[in-house]
Design a protein around this ligand. Structure first.
Ligand code: BGC
Length: 742
């Protein structure tokens, strides 16, 4: 009885305590804000970069920056990490600045920290949100151990133009898959049960529509309809927000004439008023002063005014808030309340991290020594890397290779390369940690296997006296040829736009020369984007898309080549046949004249098929899967109803494997036109040889809804097609009817 009574009392008063605590955080923020000068407020809204060198977990700050911290002129640093330096600067902030407000340390933890994981586009190819979440968890643990509080990730920009180098940093062309990955990444970084000293804050970027840059050219203009903003580009941001993301980053681009950093509709109306976001927005690197070059303001001062009133809370590297905000407030051009609101949002995050209780919470030399690049993290990187690989072709079942194969010619500039497999944005990843393809193969193949390794040519610029003789001779003497070709890591990522998507330099010629020998050729690709490889697709026996896989590259590739891992990745983006076909994506609109190869006056090019070389969702396995018995729970539902979609998937081979079962819909007639297909569900399932599983999906109102002509989110009555299959173009199909709810 007594226990019951005590529990009842506790149950009653516990929420009051929680409430009191919540109020007290806001009150503490209030009491800080009333005591802060305008200069100190501007300081909290200013972020500056330290310098760092890539070879050690070390970064530097200048004497001037230390003084700035003391004077309360810095709220946050980026690129400052390592327990020693973060502790030292934090001490200055807390003990020597007048307000004693702790610093926030941000960093681009994009695909792992020191243990470099596959690039995000590769991770998305796993179609496995749980493993991606684990990858980000590992990254967070390592980064937190190095004193970092906050990552500028996930990047969730939908990208349908592979010329854009930053396609490597996102999850590809589809808003549904992009949203699933966005959620997984936020949960991975921030943890599911609240922030600890082993999690870091996430920052979803680049808000918004950065991937819509005209011509795929970096930093370029975006001019899209409100509909494509809502339907295509915003969903992953909303998904990140629903997963609790702490911060947003504004993008460099303009949309319809307004740069994002000064776009009140995006940053305040949609983000705060419509979506209820409570965290803060950081600008991209100098994107506040860059509004001058955009031609929307004449001076930095005006840029600062535009940015703060639009809803950009923190100025990354612009120095504009620090220089101009106090005067703008004094002159009455910006209200002090606007500045206070931004300061409040930044301080709230510092409270959430527990930095006011213990500013050194993340500065732990012991964690830094034991939690970074340890065996467990390397194992996690290998598991992620294997799952990121996509098998594009496997003619005559040339793969997997037998471990007792007698000889292998391993050819290509990336076959024994240690720098490029890290990919763009590897930051503190070290080339010396990378297992090369050669090393990976040596570790798996029988000791008796003769491996002849030769570069054949360079990635981009070959010697003037280019000579394929050595490569050709190696191929002649081997049972199988493995060619490792592709891009250098700096050809993608930021400022890595390309106008040509072919294999760079002389690599395709090398491939042709080697293929001419007539030996079985396995092409392993390393690249940060879809490449145009129609010749290779026709002439190589097998093609393995490995993207950039990080430190475990060689091991993961060898696992796949020799069958220790049965590939299960699927493309998160379509592969065009030629660059002129771009943008080519699966969820396009039908047009009034859908492509028809036998009738000229239809929407197509006359010199290339209308289909991509490899469609979205495509990827092979060493197993084969068959789909049967697609069934719907109902052929007619009301607008608030649910349809259950089931299908039997059989592993019709004698090898255990995994398959990503994909479900798409088409709203056949709408008040506005709808895409020919839209992904609405997928499940990655393991099937033993010969096993059949019944896979079930639910299509709920939200899956069928769309923005109608008035931009209202509704389910419209009418017929819907359902497609289920192994990729976006190879599906079983059925249909059902939606009727207006009575
Ligand atoms: C990039 C951001 C990045 C920031 C900080 C910018 O140039 O666009 O994605 O987070 O730099 O490094």
């Amino acid at each position: 009885m007594k226990i019951l009574f005590t529990s009842l009392v506790l149950a009653f008063i516990a929420p009051l305590f929680l409430f009191a605590q919540k109020v007290s955080t806001e009150q503490q923020i209030d009491s800080l804000i009333v005591r802060m000068t305008l200069e100190e407020k501007a300081g909290q809204l200013s972020q500056f970069s330290g310098g760092w060198n890539n070879v050690s977990t070390n970064s530097t700050v200048t004497a001037e920056q230390r003084t700035m911290v003391k004077e309360g002129k810095v709220g946050s640093f980026l690129n400052v990490f390592g327990s020693t330096i973060t502790r030292e600067l934090q001490r200055i902030a807390v003990e020597e600045s007048r307000m004693g407000i702790p610093l926030l340390y941000g960093f681009d933890v994009i695909h792992g920290f020191r243990t470099t994981f596959p690039i995000p586009l590769a991770e998305a190819s796993s179609w496995d949100p749980d493993v991606v979440e684990q990858a980000e968890r590992t990254a967070a643990i390592e980064a937190a151990a190095a004193g970092i509080h906050w990552t500028f990730a996930p990047m969730v920009d939908i990208a349908r133009d592979p010329r854009w180098g930053r396609i490597a940093e996102g999850s590809g062309e589809d808003p549904y898959l992009g949203s699933v990955m966005a959620r997984a990444r936020v949960k991975g970084f921030q943890g599911e049960n609240g922030l600890t000293d082993k999690t870091i804050l996430a920052c979803v970027k680049h808000y918004a529509a950065y991937g819509g840059a005209e011509g795929g050219r970096e930093y370029n203009t975006v001019d899209i309809s409100d509909r494509s903003l809502r339907e295509t580009y915003l969903p992953p941001f909303k998904a990140a927000l629903d997963a609790g993301v702490a911060t947003f980053m504004s993008s460099f681009n303009e949309i319809a004439g307004v740069p994002s950093t000064g776009n009140r509709r995006l940053l305040t109306d949609i983000l705060r008023h419509e979506w209820g976001f409570k965290g803060f927005v950081v600008s991209d690197w100098t994107s506040i002063p860059e509004m001058r070059a955009h031609g929307i303001v004449a001076t930095d001062e005006e840029a600062g005014m535009l940015a703060i009133t639009a809803g950009t809370d923190m100025d990354m590297m612009g120095g504009v808030y620090l220089r101009y905000l106090p005067a703008l407030v004094r002159e009455g051009k910006v209200s002090e309340q606007t500045v206070d609101e931004a300061v409040r949002r930044v301080l709230r995050v510092k409270f959430q991290l527990g930095l006011f209780d213990n500013p050194y919470r993340f500065c732990n030399a012991e964690d830094e020594r034991t939690l970074i690049y340890n065996d467990a993290n390397r194992a996690a990187a290998r598991a992620m890397a294997r799952r990121s690989i996509v098998l594009l072709k496997n003619g005559k079942n040339v793969l997997p290779l037998k471990k007792d194969i007698r000889s292998i010619a391993l050819i290509g500039p990336l076959a024994d390369d240690r720098e490029n497999p890290l990919g763009p944005w590897a930051q503190v990843g070290r080339p010396s940690d990378v297992v090369t393809v050669l090393e990976g193969i040596k570790a798996v193949a029988a000791p008796s296997c003769k491996i002849i390794n030769t570069r054949g040519c360079e990635i981009v610029d070959s010697l003037p006296t280019r000579d394929f003789n050595e490569a050709v001779a190696a191929a002649k003497g081997a049972d199988v040829v493995i060619m490792v070709l592709g891009e250098s890591s700096n050809m993608s990522g930021e400022a890595g736009s390309r106008s040509n998507l072919d294999l760079p330099g002389d690599q395709e010629e090398l491939l042709r020369a080697v293929c001419a020998i007539g030996k079985p050729v396995v092409l392993v690709l390393m690249n940060g984007r879809p490449l145009t490889i129609p010749w290779a697709a026709d002439h190589c026996d097998a093609i393995v898309e490995s993207w950039f896989l990080g430190v475990q590259t060689g091991n993961a590739i060898a696992d796949v080549l020799f069958g220790d891992y049965n590939p299960s990745g699927k493309l998160p983006v379509s592969f065009p046949r030629v660059v002129g076909q771009v943008p080519v994506y699966y969820n396009y609109k039908s047009t009034g004249r859908p492509a028809n190869s036998s009738y000229r006056f239809t929407s197509k090019y006359i010199d290339v098929p209308s289909t991509p070389l490899y469609p979205f969702g495509y990827g092979l396995s060493y197993s084969t899967f068959s789909y049967k018995d697609l069934a719907l729970s109902s052929k007619k539902i009301a607008t608030d109803g649910i349809v259950r979609v089931t299908v039997n998937v059989t592993n019709s081979s004698n090898r255990d494997g995994e398959e990503v079962v994909q479900m798409y819909i088409q709203d056949e007639v709408g008040s506005v036109t709808r895409p020919v297909k839209e992904l609405r569900g997928f499940k990655k399932i393991a099937l033993k040889a010969g096993e059949t599983k019944r896979v079930e999906f639910a299509l709920e109102p939200n899956d069928l809804a769309m923005y109608n002509r008035e931009m209202k989110w509704v389910v419209e009555p009418g017929s819907f097609k359902v497609f289920v299959g192994t990729n976006s173009s190879d599906n079983l199909e059925d249909e059902f009817e939606v009727v207006q709810k009575q």
